[in-house]
Design a binder for this molecule. Structure first.
Ligand SMILES: Nc1nc2c(c(=O)[nH]1)N[C@H]1C(S)=C(S)[C@@H](COP(=O)(O)OP(=O)(O)OC[C@H]3O[C@@H](n4cnc5c(=O)[nH]c(N)nc54)[C@H](O)[C@@H]3O)O[C@H]1N2
Ligand SMILES: Nc1nc2c(c(=O)[nH]1)N[C@H]1C(S)=C(S)[C@@H](COP(=O)(O)OP(=O)(O)OC[C@H]3O[C@@H](n4cnc5c(=O)[nH]c(N)nc54)[C@H](O)[C@@H]3O)O[C@H]1N2
Ligand code: SF4
Ligand SMILES: [Mo]
Length: 754
């Protein structure tokens, strides 16, 4: 007997609704849910492979605990006993900062990852927090923090209404979009062209997205901040600045004009390898479009001037009056956002409130650079304790972060490590305890994070499509028990964690004069919450206190969990709307166009005008059927063009003596790897491209299929020292490499590391 169940896909930021076919407790099929209010039936090959991802036989069936050096099957009780016994003594002896926490990407795709890490961090009180954000979008958080006073106030391009989209270092035809949640991004780009709009793509590779564009600019990697600065210069120079309705909310225009005076189109042309006329045309097109949105992603963030580039993206949106207007770039308002407060000055955004111990990197948004994790473990200083224990949740930094070999050794030296991960992989193999979450079909789903970045307001929630299998523990409970174990409450009822959060949240809300529940009794409100378990009650709480919520009766037709459950395909809440000045939290209460830390970083950008570019640099790429480091174990998602090859332009291939298919050795500051060359005009000359997430050849993992075609770890080419200084974000794109052909028939050289 088969049945169907709804489940939002957790495999990328597009959040497509899936209709699953379930036979017994097994998911046997997945198609796009045509009635989903947001995705309307779209799905990509990854979504179609949901059953295979969900049913991968290599997923761990229960916890593992290290005994006599070996990871062995154990009961949940034994596993949490081991966690408490491993972590508490480190906290007690060395203080909370000696416990590191690493949060990887899938945390933004799970209910557990949204609800429990904040509680864990508050309970533990550690400053040793490292997340995938510093391999990704931290520059955008920092630029938003500085411009708007809120690191999470990230403007999203109004894809469905804009007349002109300038897309920088993003390839949504493969990635399906990021920091811009839009199911069927490809279809939305085609619709933009069909309604007469224009698409410009800036990317050193001729990507599938670039092929769709009206104009493709093959910039030299790492030079976007220069290009964007020159575009802003042109807007000032040619009197094209039109703040429009933004004018009363913006300060620092004259200072900005002065700060960008040196960045002329002629001045940046050589460094960008983009001629001055093109720079001018890009600026004029942006200014002339009735509405336009500038949007930058991985290629604009994971570079030495990532924060400046991210800042300039919004500067261009502001100078052309496109910020906060339909068709431009707007601030979404998610259903679980906090009760909106009235506009007015805020506390602003502080950077560098503390520093990493070894290289003195400033914290950003409470995080230290993931690039510095290995040294924070393996290097003693007089400053304080090294990290001696680690909690890794949905994180595979051995492959995802720079210099995995060093991190590998560092992890091995820890007194204790726990991984919450479904796989025994390159990182979790170092753990003393592995706590596997159930497959996604057995987990509830709500997009806490991505709804704050979505191109349309909507809200959807799925209960687990399949009941929790015997012996499984929900990831929410795993995380709640982890919180108890590190805070010395091992053995207490995990529901207490949720009850505490609910009580604290309501306690604050009733004191807040702007809250719909101001002055009410928190106990009475807590008793009114519905939901089958703690996580559901917390969702109900957030929905009811949120911008569309019922305010516990204050707005009787407002949103509650019960109402959401009546709409299994979701509730549409309308298009993005102008919100300024309400989201601003700067000290001035305005958009601060030229914040001091940005101004202080501009001289470094000026130096880049005259620096001589490296002969050969490497950039990454994503494949439609990939997902960072963890989907190479699913046969349906591997093979074909999804291979770990080095793309080389024919001119470079000729110069280097490299033939198509030949193994080549790639050398970087952190080491070397050998991969087959793929000679293609899809990369510009002077640039080679190797995808990330590969290198599944380390012993002690349980990734049967992935290890048959392991590929190489591109991040081994990095030594962790290249960062964007303001955000601590790793430089993963545009770094110098050397490439030499390997004499063929030397099989032993297939993967070499120094
Ligand atoms: N060179 C280079 N390196 C990069 C990038 C690049 O472009 N180039 N991209 C960077 C970016 S943007 C990111 S976000 C990072 C991502 O890197 P990571 O943060 O390491 O994330 P993933 O590789 O997606 O998955 C991490 C782990 O999550 C586990 N996992 C999967 N589902 C679940 C779940 O439901 N619960 C739990 N607890 N665990 C789960 C997987 O088994 C895997 O071990 O990589 C970065 N690294
Ligand atoms: N299929 C698939 N989808 C994914 C993922 C995946 O691994 N596979 N990962 C998910 C994650 S974690 C994220 S963060 C998103 C990322 O989403 P995107 O940012 O859209 O993904 P990328 O494919 O990395 O696109 C980055 C582009 O930047 C270009 N680039 C590199 N350096 C530069 C530069 O200096 N300047 C400019 N202008 N361009 C440059 C690269 O050539 C590449 O085409 O994708 C998500 N979706
Ligand atoms: S686009 Fe993303 S969310 Fe949609 S089906 Fe594909 S992987 Fe899943
Ligand atoms: Mo990412």
């Amino acid at each position: 007997m088969s049945r169907t169940a709804l489940r939002i896909c957790p495999l990328c930021e597009a959040t497509c609704g899936l209709t699953l076919t379930v036979e017994g407790s097994r998911v046997t099929g997945a198609r796009g849910d045509r009635e989903d209010v947001f995705s309307k039936g779209f799905l990509c090959p990854k979504g179609a492979a949901f059953p295979a991802v969900d049913g991968d036989p290599d997923r761990l069936g229960g916890p593992l605990v290290r005994r006599d050096g070996e990871l062995r099957e154990a009961t949940w009780q034994e596993a949490f006993d081991a966690v408490a016994a491993g972590l508490r003594p480190v906290v007690e002896r060395h203080g909370p900062h000696a416990v590191g926490v690493v949060l990887g990407n899938p945390n933004v795709h799970t209910v557990a990852g949204a609800l429990y890490p904040p509680v864990l961090l508050a309970g533990l009180g550690t400053r040793s927090l490292f997340t995938a954000s510093t391999l990704d979008q931290m520059p955008k958080h920092v630029s938003s923090g500085l411009l708007f006073g809120d690191a999470n106030a990230i403007p999203v391009p109004d894809l469905d209404r804009t007349d002109h989209l300038l897309l920088i270092g993003a390839n949504p035809l493969e990635s399906n979009g990021s920091l811009c949640t839009a199911p069927d991004f490809p279809g939305r780009l085609k619709a933009l062209r069909a309604r007469g709009g224009t698409l410009t793509v800036i990317d050193p590779r001729r990507t599938r997205t670039a092929r769709l564009a009206d104009r493709h600019v093959t910039i030299r990697p790492g030079a976007d901040a220069l290009l964007l600065a020159a575009m802003a210069h042109v807007l000032f120079d040619e009197d094209l600045v039109r703040l429009g309705e933004l004018a009363p909310h913006v300060q620092g225009l004259d200072e900005l004009r002065a700060a960008l005076r040196d960045f002329t189109p002629e001045g940046v042309a050589a460094a960008c390898d983009v001629d001055a006329d093109t720079v001018r045309a890009l600026a004029r097109e942006l200014a002339a479009a009735p509405t336009a949105a500038v949007y930058g992603r991985i290629g604009s963030c994971t570079v030495p001037h990532g924060t400046l580039a991210s800042w300039l993206v919004d500067v261009l949106n502001i100078l052309t009056g496109n910020l906060d207007r339909p068709g431009g770039a707007l601030f979404p308002q998610a259903a679980t956002d906090r009760t909106p407060r009235p506009a007015g000055p805020g506390r602003g955004f502080a950077l560098g409130r503390w520093h990493s111990r070894v290289s003195r990197h400033p914290e950003a948004k409470g995080e230290l650079p993931l690039s510095a994790l290995a040294e924070e473990i393996d290097t003693a200083t007089e400053e304080g304790e090294p990290i001696r224990a680690l909690i890794a949740v949905a994180a595979n930094p051995v492959l995802s972060a720079p210099d995995g070999d060093r991190l590998d050794k560092a992890l091995d030296s820890l007194e204790f490590m726990v991984s919450v991960d479904p796989y025994l992989n390159e990182t979790s193999r170092h753990a003393h305890v592995v706590l596997p979450p159930p497959p996604p079909s057995q987990a509830p789903h709500h997009d806490f994070a991505f709804n704050t970045l979505a191109v349309r307001h909507q809200v959807r929630y799925n209960r687990p499509a399949v009941p929790l299998a015997p012996g499984r523990m929900a990831e929410t409970e795993i995380m709640a028990r982890l919180v108890l174990a590190v805070t010395g409450l091992h053995g207490a009822d995990p529901a207490a964690v949720d009850d505490t959060v609910v009580a604290q949240t309501l306690g604050r809300a009733v004191q807040d004069p702007h809250s719909p529940v101001h002055g009410r009794d928190p106990k009475e409100l807590a008793a009114a919450l519905t939901g089958e378990d703690g996580p559901e009650r917390r969702l109900d709480l957030m929905l009811r206190l949120g911008p569309y919520g019922d305010g516990f009766g204050a707005r009787p037709d407002g949103l509650t969990l019960a109402r959401l459950l009546e709409h299994p395909h979701g509730i549409d809440l309308g298009p993005l709307r102008p919100r300024l000045p309400q989201p601003l939290r700067t000290v001035s209460g305005k958009v601060e166009l030229l914040p001091e830390p940005i101004a202080a970083d501009l001289p470094r950008l000026r130096q880049a005008l005259t620096a001589s570019p490296a002969a050969l640099v490497l950039v990454g790429r994503r494949h439609l059927r990939s997902n960072n480091s963890w989907l190479h174990n699913v046969p349906a998602l591997t093979g074909g063009s999804n291979r770990c090859t080095l793309h080389v332009h024919p001119d470079d291939a000729a110069r280097l003596g490299v033939r198509d298919g030949q193994p080549v050795r790639v050398r970087g500051a952190g080491g070397e790897v050998t991969a087959p060359a793929e000679v293609t005009e899809d990369v510009r000359p002077g640039v080679v491209s190797l995808p990330h997430g590969w290198g599944h050849d380390r012993p002690g993992t349980r990734l049967g299929h992935a290890s048959t075609d392991p590929g190489v770890n591109v991040n081994q080419l990095l030594d962790g020292s290249l960062l964007d200084p303001l955000s601590g974000n790793a430089v993963l794109n545009g770094f110098p490499v050397e490439v030499v052909p390997v004499a063929e028939k030397v099989g032993a050289l297939s993967s070499t590391k120094p």
